[in-house]
Write a protein that binds this ligand. Structure first.
Ligand SMILES: [Zn+2]
Length: 84
């Protein structure tokens, strides 16, 4: 008996960027972008998304994510007044 699984289409993104908070740390981030090729995954027109379409969307998501600035936890924490 075969096991039916929805086809998952995934790509991995990795980036190594300077902290946007100004501390000069280099931050490494990795993230998985995925969608399933299934009868429930439809586009805006109500059509089933094709593998190519999903792939294009994932690439676009990854590009947007790569362009996002990253701030380390040291810079996102509110600074105490007074001492440096
Ligand atoms: Zn920082």
């Amino acid at each position: 008996m075969a096991t039916v699984t929805f086809n998952e289409i995934a790509i991995h993104g990795m980036k190594s960027v300077k902290c946007a908070g100004g501390c000069r740390r280099t931050l490494k981030r990795s993230r998985k972008f995925y969608q399933t090729l299934s009868p429930f995954n439809k586009n805006a027109a109500g059509e089933l998304k094709s593998r190519d379409q999903i792939w294009d969307e994932l690439q676009a998501e990854r590009r947007a994510w790569l362009a996002e600035p990253e701030i380390c936890k040291h810079c996102t924490q509110p600074r105490k007044d007074g001492e440096g």
